[in-house]
Design a binder for this molecule. Sequence first.
Ligand SMILES: Nc1nc2c(ncn2[C@@H]2O[C@H](COP(=O)(O)OP(=O)(O)OP(=O)(O)O)[C@@H](O)[C@H]2O)c(=O)[nH]1
Ligand SMILES: [Mg+2]
Length: 209
Amino acid sequence: MKLTQSKKNPARYNIAQFDKSVPRPDQAPADTGLEVAFAGRSNAGKSSALNRLTCQKSLARISKTPGRTQHLVFFRLDDERRLVDLPGYGFAKVPEKVKREWGIQLEKYLQERQSLQGLILLMDVRHPLTEFDQQMLEWSMHANMPVHILLTKADKLKRGAAQNALLKVKRDLADLANVSVQLFSSLKGTGLEEAQAVLDQWLDFPPQK
Ligand SMILES: Nc1nc2c(ncn2[C@@H]2O[C@H](COP(=O)(O)OP(=O)(O)OP(=O)(O)O)[C@@H](O)[C@H]2O)c(=O)[nH]1
Ligand SMILES: [Mg+2]
């Protein structure tokens, strides 16, 4: 595949390659180097965001059926760095027992994964801070894990409404240290560079000029 090296789609993310897909965090690749995980409710747009950030149309599978990505999917950037697509959560079709079990695993992963540098938490800009999102934030704060929130599908709102949604989420989370928020659209590319700058920092890539 030919790589395009434009400022918007830096080569350090374009080179992402599928590494491994596992049903449980304890089957993850060796816990070395640096890792950033993408979490969010089913259908929030995790896979789409990963594809946009890496400038690859079908790196992470995108589904119109929520709950499609049931595994943790690891993508390798280089020997030291990984991105992880976490299973969508909170969709009614998943049995209560499975949800509970997954919650335990996820909390453990946030607590114990040494290489995990931060969590990208995706929320539909039209329905932010659901119960699931608040649970994720709570676990992350408990694990001392920085969180960067992408308010996704920003293209679905007019500019003013999207800005208002952003301000409201910022206000609601003002008391939490180590949490940042931005607007994002995988469809339009809105917020791409801002999100990549956070990844750069967590993955210890040199700042881009
Ligand atoms: N308009 C718009 N649609 C989006 C955007 N991001 C994702 N979608 C759509 O939302 C749906 C779900 O996107 P996915 O990326 O599969 O969501 P996911 O969070 O990976 O979902 P699961 O794997 O089921 O957890 C798809 O139909 C996408 O095309 C966006 O920025 N704008
Ligand atoms: Mg997905």
